[in-house]
Write a protein of this length. Structure first.
Lengths: 247, 247
DNA sequence: CGCCCTTTTGAGGCATTTCAAACATTGTGG
DNA sequence: CCACAATGTTTGAAATGCCTCAAAAGGGCG
C-alpha cells in the first residue's frame, strides 16, 4: 500500500544500498569507491522544484534516490508535453548530452532526493570503468525504448487503453522496486496524467470512474488499487480503434 | 531537386568522405585507422529489405551511408508504429543496447548502403577512444531528443500541424546533408507518413491537397516543393487545437 | 493493355474535446 | 478551529476533427 521507495543518503556509493540499482551496478568495490569520489548526494527537492530547465547547460547526470519527478518539453508555442515520469533508480538529464544543453525540464512531483555526477567525470570514469560506460549506455537505450513505447501509446491506442497501459506501466515499475503492483499512490495529478497521455483532464476523470464502475480498479483520490490485472491488460490492448494504420 | 545523398563504399574510414558526419567525427587519423579495422561497409539493401528485426540479438551498431530507412515497433496486438525515418549519417540499432535485443525493426525505404560496427568492438574502442564514446552517446541523446519531439507532435498538434512539422523536419535534415531544403523526394509512401504521424492515410492525402491548394507547397507524387517556408511554419505551429492541456 | 496497388475524394459517424458548472480538497489567515 | 480562497476533480451536454467506409482515379509494371 505504500509505494514510497526511499534511497537514504549514503556517505558514499560503497555504502549505498541502491548502488546495485543504478548505473553503478556493474562496478567492483574499487570502481565503486572511485565513482563515489565524484558523486554528490543531493538533498530533497520539494514538490514543484526543478532539477533543471530546458536550455540549462549540461553539468551533470542525475539519479533519483527517493520521490518522483517528471520531465517535460516546452514547445515554441507555449504548450507543454510531459515525456516521462521518473522513480528511484532512474537516470535524468542524458538528453542534454546531444547539444550540451538540457532539452527537457525536470520537476519534482513530491519530496525527492537524488545523486549528481558531473558530466565530465562521467566521461572520464567511463573510459576507465567499462562497466560504468555500459550502464550509462544501457540507461540511455532504456530511455529510448520507453519513449518509443510512449509514441506507440499516443499513436495507436484509444484513451481508455492509454490510461490502462499507464497504470500497468506504473504497476510494473513499482513491482520492480519492491512495492505492491496492485496498490499504489499516484504522485502526479490528473492534469499531469492527462498531459502525459495527451488527452483532456475530463477524459481521465471519466475513465477512472468507468474503470472503477467496471470493477477493474478502485480509486480514492490518488490511491489506486488494481482489482483485476488481467482486466486492466484487456483494456490496455483493446484494439477497437487502431485497426489499419499500419504501413 | 535531387535529395539522394550518397556515401560510396570506402576501403576504410580514413578515406570515407563521410567520416566527419558520423560517430567517427572526433577521431584523429590514428583513431580513424583503428576504428576502420572493425567497420564493415555493407552492400545495398533493396526497398523492403530489413536490416534487423524486433527481437533480433544485438550484434552491431549501424550507420547509414546512402538511401533511407525507417524503424518501427510491432505491438503485441499486431499493429505497427513507425518511430523514425533515417538518412545518411544516422545511427541505427542503439536501442538494442538496453536488453541486448533489438526493440525495433529497421527496413529500407529504397536502395540503401550502411556500415556495421560489431557492438563489442564499439565498447572496446570507446574505452580507448573517448571521442568515439562521446559521439556514440551524443547520437543516442539525439535520438532521445528526436523521439521526444515525435511525442510532442503526436500529443499536442493537430493533423495539419503534424504534417507541416514533418515536412519541415525533412527539409532541415536534407539541408544539413547539403541538399535543397525546399525541394526533395519523399522516400516513404503516404501510408508510411500516415503511420508515423498517427493519422489516417486519407487525412494525409487531404492535407497534401489542402497545402497545395493554399499555395504552401507543390506536390507531384513523391516530389515536394516548399513554396513558402514561413507559411509551412505557421501551419506547423498552429495551436488551434492544443490550448490548455498543459500540466 | 490490363491488373494491382497507391492515392485521392466524398459522406457519414464517433471518440474525444470543449465549454460550463457543481463539487471536493487543500492550504491560509483571522 | 473555522471561513474563505485557490486549486484540483468530477459530471453533463454540445461541438468537432479525424476516422471509417465506399468508390473512383491515377500510376507502375509485366
Amino acid at each position: 500500500m505504500n509505494n514510497v521507495v526511499s534511497f537514504p543518503s549514503a556517505a558514499n556509493c560503497t555504502n549505498c544500498r541502491w548502488s546495485r540499482a543504478c548505473i553503478a551496478r556493474d562496478l567492483d568495490p574499487a570502481g565503486l569507491a572511485e565513482l563515489s569520489r565524484y558523486v554528490t548526494h543531493c538533498g530533497p527537492l520539494e514538490h514543484g522544484e526543478r532539477l533543471f530547465r530546458q536550455g540549462d547547460k549540461l553539468s551533470a547526470l542525475y539519479l533519483l534516490r527517493s520521490g518522483s519527478m517528471k520531465t517535460y518539453l516546452d514547445s515554441e508555442d507555449g504548450c507543454e508535453q510531459s515525456v516521462a515520469f521518473l522513480f528511484p533508480g532512474d537516470m535524468l538529464g542524458f538528453d542534454a548530452v546531444a547539444i550540451g544543453h538540457h532539452a527537457t525540464s525536470a520537476v519534482a512531483l513530491e519530496t525527492t532526493a537524488y545523486c549528481a555526477i558531473p558530466y565530465d567525470r562521467v566521461i572520464g570514469l567511463a573510459a576507465k570503468l567499462p562497466g560504468l560506460m555500459h550502464q550509462v549506455m544501457r540507461a540511455a537505450a532504456s530511455q529510448i525504448m520507453a519513449t518509443h513505447d510512449h509514441v506507440l501509446q499516443l499513436g495507436q491506442k484509444s484513451a481508455p487503453a492509454r490510461l490502462a497501459s499507464f497504470l500497468l506501466d506504473l504497476s510494473h515499475r513499482f513491482e520492480t522496486r519492491g512495492c505492491s503492483k496492485t496498490e499504489f499512490n499516484l504522485s502526479m495529478s490528473r492534469q499531469e496524467i492527462a498531459n502525459y497521455l495527451a488527452v483532456a483532464v475530463e477524459t481521465i476523470s471519466r475513465l477512472f470512474t468507468d474503470l472503477q464502475r467496471r470493477g477493474v480498479i478502485v480509486v480514492d483520490r490518488r490511491l489506486v488499487k488494481i482489482q483485476s490485472l488481467p482486466a486492466l491488460q484487456a483494456v490496455a490492448s483493446d484494439s477497437t480503434l487502431l485497426q489499419e494504420r499500419s504501413a
